[in-house]
Design a protein around this ligand. Structure first.
Ligand SMILES: Nc1nc2c(ncn2[C@@H]2O[C@H](COP(=O)(O)OP(=O)(O)OP(=O)(O)O)[C@@H](O)[C@H]2O)c(=O)[nH]1
Ligand SMILES: [Mg+2]
Length: 424
């Protein structure tokens, strides 16, 4: 699979909340989904990728998979026969044809012609050919027919928005333990990245947004899987993951790339990976995470100087970990000034600079019931602390006061700034 195909597969949302057959009795659903498997496997020559898409669709509709992904003409024909509930007789023609075209289109948009050919020549009878033509027109010429269920059309539109083009990429770089992984967790709203005090991230990790809530799709050691448990995903060491962000960026076709800290003296491959990624310019925006605890160290200056000589993309400087500052001893204004002069020194005049605390922003976004007691206690204590205007982090840049804690952590301003740059 190419990188774009992997990305496309991961961003796919297959959870369908309002499929018209959801409320029907099990025997009708079973007949329908078994027939769907027969058509999809025939048209795709039993592709494992489409098999997987089909399984997700079945789970979403009936809660389980079917052992039915093999060519079977009679199964396909059965799905189009009349159903009876009480005195009501009906055929699920439009729904069935839509699903056949749609799932094949998600697998490979060039193959919808095969769907039409197979259904038209081998499956349809006299009562169903007109419906087939009407559904075909949607996938061929985007002509909508009133009998095609609106909720299914909406599902397709949602996916289309994200599948047509590659995601905008934000490369996140810093020295070790500046808080890159934590900040990405805070932006996405899930503790998806492993975080530690010691060198933690050892390779590039791609984190994609999905258009709607649909669990976690993971690409791990060249295998695709789907999972609903964030703890399992965090421990899976996967390289690519997609889920719906809990963020201002939730509607953006966007991907964050987490990188290893560059100044790991024990393992220089970490730095090499990140330097290569910076130099590749294969991203749309670079997010430099500065460690606010030690403003402008030699290591930080050296990385920043490398950036300025090697990137052609816009840069945001997020000064992280400002929650550790003490109003009696430290000055956030002073730290900002240190970074502003570092940026000037290396010829960077148009970068945005944003003070943040990724750690508190993440705690604020995570529901209490998913956190341990210690974090809940810390969150409470720090939220109280953040009522002090000293910790109104965006104020140091915008000079406008924010009221909510989440705004005060700076994460909202950071997300807004990212959105503005990638949509320009
Ligand atoms: N107090 C505080 N701690 C933070 C913040 N952000 C990160 N940390 C802590 O700093 C340590 C390092 O955070 P990581 O997110 O793993 O840092 P990283 O830059 O990804 O580190 P590497 O992957 O090893 O380069 C962890 O113990 C985090 O909990 C913050 O905003 N405030
Ligand atoms: Mg990390």
């Amino acid at each position: 699979m190419t990188n774009f195909e992997i990305e496309r597969r991961l961003k796919l949302c297959l959870y369908v909340r309002n499929h018209p057959i959801l409320q029907l009795p099990d025997d009708i659903k079973d007949k329908y989904l078994v027939g769907l498997g027969a058509v999809l496997s025939k048209v795709s020559v039993s592709s494992p990728v489409l098999h997987d898409i089909y399984d997700q669709w079945c789970i979403s509709i009936s809660g389980h998979t079917y052992d039915a992904f093999f060519p079977h003409r009679q199964h396909a024909k059965d799905a189009l026969t009349l159903n009876r509930i009480g005195i009501r007789m009906f055929r699920l023609t439009y729904e069935f044809f839509f699903d056949c075209f749609y799932l094949v289109e998600l697998f490979n948009p060039d193959m919808t012609g095969n769907v039409h050919y197979y259904l038209h020549d081998h499956i349809c009878g006299r009562f169903t050919k007109a419906a087939l033509q009407n559904v075909r027109l949607l996938f061929w010429k985007e002509i909508q027919h009133p009998s095609i269920p609106k909720e299914l059309i909406a599902h397709r539109e949602t996916n289309k928005k994200f599948l047509q083009s590659p995601a905008k990429r934000v490369l996140v770089v810093a020295n070790m333990s500046a808080g890159k992984s934590t900040l990405i967790n805070a932006i996405t709203g899930y503790g998806i990245n492993a975080v530690a005090n010691t060198a933690c991230t050892s390779r590039l990790k791609y984190i994609y947004n999905k258009p709607v809530e649909d669990g976690f799709s993971v690409w791990d050691k060249k295998v695709f899987s789907h999972n609903n448990n964030v703890d399992e995903v965090r421990n899976s060491e996967c390289d690519i993951i997609a889920f719906h962000f809990h963020s201002i960026l939730k509607d953006e076709n966007i991907c964050f790339i987490d990188t290893p800290g560059v100044n790991n003296s024990k393992d220089s491959t970490h730095g090499d990976l990140t330097y290569e990624a910076i130099k590749s310019n294969n991203y749309d925006l670079l997010l430099f995470v500065a460690d606010g605890r030690y403003p402008g160290t030699t290591d930080e200056k050296s990385l920043f100087s490398y950036l300025m000589s090697n990137t052609k993309k816009p840069v945001i400087v997020a000064i992280n970990q400002l929650d550790v500052y003490d109003p009696m001893q430290d000055s956030i204004g002073q730290t900002l000034a240190t970074y502003e002069s570092m940026m000037k020194e290396y010829g960077c005049n148009d970068s945005k600079i944003i003070p943040v605390t990724g750690w508190l922003a993440l705690l604020d976004k995570l529901p209490d019931e998913t956190q341990d007691m210690l974090d809940v206690g810390m969150e409470k204590m720090y939220k109280e602390r953040f009522t002090n205007d000293f910790y109104d982090l965006p104020f140091y840049v915008t000079h406008e006061h924010s009221t909510t804690i989440i705004e005060r952590t700076g994460i909202v301003l950071l997300e807004q700034t990212i959105a503005k740059i990638i949509t320009q």
